[in-house]
Design a protein around this ligand. Structure first.
Ligand SMILES: Nc1nc2c(ncn2[C@@H]2O[C@H](COP(=O)(O)OP(=O)(O)O)[C@@H](O)[C@H]2O)c(=O)[nH]1
Ligand SMILES: [Mg+2]
Length: 360
């Protein structure tokens, strides 16, 4: 899963990147360039499975994080384009908004409060997608009058115009509910508003403890109305925790009332917002977590593991990790009738342990 972090300058994007990647302050990150890292998604269920099965390897699912620099309003369009391009491969975006107060860190020049920052972010995304759509429409329309458009081009043109009108009315492409074929037609354009977006409000320790900041209600409301995910993090505070031992971290977190680390909270929000669930596999060698979309069938899940398993799929054995952990072994789970033998169309549920039988 590829996740892009963006937002205004000094909103705390790189701080969040650091926290999510567990990078200690001494690890240099680039302030004005794109930062990338591969992050393991910790999962308590996988840990417990590993303790039980004692395989040599334990493989978490991963997230590829991209942190882009913010740009001032004076940023030349070409440079802005270059920076924004790093977001194109993302499956989802984290839009960072600053709420934390500080006498030292200047506010983003274009937004002194979270609401105006969020509005700027929205405008930025809409503007960029509209530019992409307009360019593509112009390219196709260049043919008009020179030759007859193919049926495919006609369809694409009509779709592009529909998307353009929607963006004009400040609608995100995600809200258009494009069908599979339409989505494929425009997938090469990598429209940013077609991606799931989670707004991450960066708060200070006091705001975190108070569970409040100026304009919180409004931000939550905007997110709900516009189909954006919502999360709060205490970026700087959690970045400082990285320097402490685990016991000290636990103490500090208890004091602030942060029950879960920023990472665990954000990844749960992200999964829920994008519609991603986890299934597990194991063999003698390893236990492993996999990310799939909700609504994935047993056969598609097999394809995630290996195309051969999908092509020669016979059936799957499924047991929930909860049942499995309680029974302590596959044998016991079978005895108690908790292992289901299913065909290719069975839907995988979050937390399922899946064993594929294929005609090798
Ligand atoms: N006081 C305070 N400072 C913060 C917080 N989060 C980030 N900062 C500081 O704000 C500055 C900008 O943060 P950075 O993550 O580089 O922002 P970016 O430009 O969005 O990547 C840095 O000096 C951070 O240490 C916070 O929650 N509280
Ligand atoms: Mg930065």
């Amino acid at each position: 899963m590829d996740v892009g972090i963006f937002g205004a300058e000094r909103a705390g994007k790189t701080t969040l990147f650091r926290v999510l990647s567990s990078l200690k302050p001494e690890r240099a990150v680039m302030k004005h360039e794109v930062n990338r890292s591969v992050v393991e998604i910790r999962d308590g269920r996988l840990d417990r499975l590993h303790e039980l099965l004692k395989t040599r390897k334990k493989i978490y699912a991963t997230m590829n994080l991209v942190d882009i620099p913010g740009f001032p309003t004076t940023c030349p369009p070409k440079e802005k384009n270059r920076i924004m391009q790093s977001l194109q491969g993302s499956d989802a975006l984290l839009a960072v908004v600053r709420a934390f107060r500080s006498d030292i860190v200047p506010w983003p020049e274009d937004g002194k409060n979270p609401v105006s920052q969020l509005e700027n972010i929205r405008a930025e995304l809409l503007f960029r997608d509209l530019a992409v759509i307009t360019r593509r429409i112009e390219r196709i329309e260049e043919y008009v009058g020179k030759r007859k458009l193919t049926a495919e081009e006609e369809r694409e043109l009509e779709l592009l115009k529909r998307i353009g009108r929607h963006l004009d009315e400040e609608g995100f492409v995600l809200g258009l509910g494009l069908d599979g074929e339409e989505a494929r037609t425009v997938s090469s354009l990598s429209l940013l508003t077609a991606k799931p977006i989670v707004v991450v409000v960066n708060v200070d320790e006091d705001q975190y403890k108070a569970r409040n900041y100026d304009a919180r209600e409004q931000i939550v409301q905007i997110c709900e109305a516009r189909g954006l995910g919502y999360a709060e993090v205490a970026g700087e505070f959690e970045a400082e925790l990285l320097d402490l031992s685990e016991e000290e971290q636990a103490l500090f977190m208890e004091d602030t009332g942060i029950a879960e680390s920023c990472f665990d909270r954000l990844h749960a929000t992200l999964y829920k917002h994008i519609g991603i669930i986890t299934f597990f596999t194991f063999n003698d060698e390893e236990v492993r977590a996999w990310q799939i979309e909700e609504g994935t069938t047993a056969k598609q899940a097999a394809g995630k593991i290996h195309t051969d398993l999908m092509n020669h799929f016979i059936r799957a054995e499924i047991v929930s990790s909860e049942d499995f952990l309680e029974c302590g072994s596959l044998h016991n789970a079978r005895e108690r009738g908790l292992v289901r033998i299913v065909g290719k169309d069975e839907l995988i549920r979050d937390g399922d342990i899946v064993r594929i039988r294929a005609n090798a």
